[in-house]
Write a protein that binds this ligand. Structure first.
Ligand SMILES: [Zn+2]
Length: 89
């Protein structure tokens, strides 16, 4: 068994993987951690905005990161997706 993992429904998980048959399984702590992350993950909808798409940032994130309308942020391309960094970060 080796360390493995990936993304399920956009939520990161870690697991153990059999080197011979490729079967993946989660230990109890790994499963609990995945469930916690899945509960916290917010589902978002991409809306059409000209040729671009818009995403509504959840109010919880606005409060947590003290975001303000018209504030600037950075769009960062990553291997598994992207992230938006507030200018205050
Ligand atoms: Zn196996």
């Amino acid at each position: 068994m080796g360390e493995s993992g990936g993304y399920r429904k956009g939520v990161r998980y870690s697991s153990l993987k059999c080197a011979e048959c490729g079967e993946e399984l989660m230990t109890m702590p790994q499963a609990k951690s995945f469930m916690r992350s899945a509960e916290k993950a917010k589902r978002v909808t991409f809306s059409k905005w000209g040729e671009a798409l818009a995403v509504r940032i959840p109010a919880e994130a606005v409060r947590q990161y003290r975001l303000k309308a018209r504030e600037k942020g950075a769009f960062v391309f990553e291997k598994d997706g992207f992230k938006i960094l507030p200018s205050t970060a």
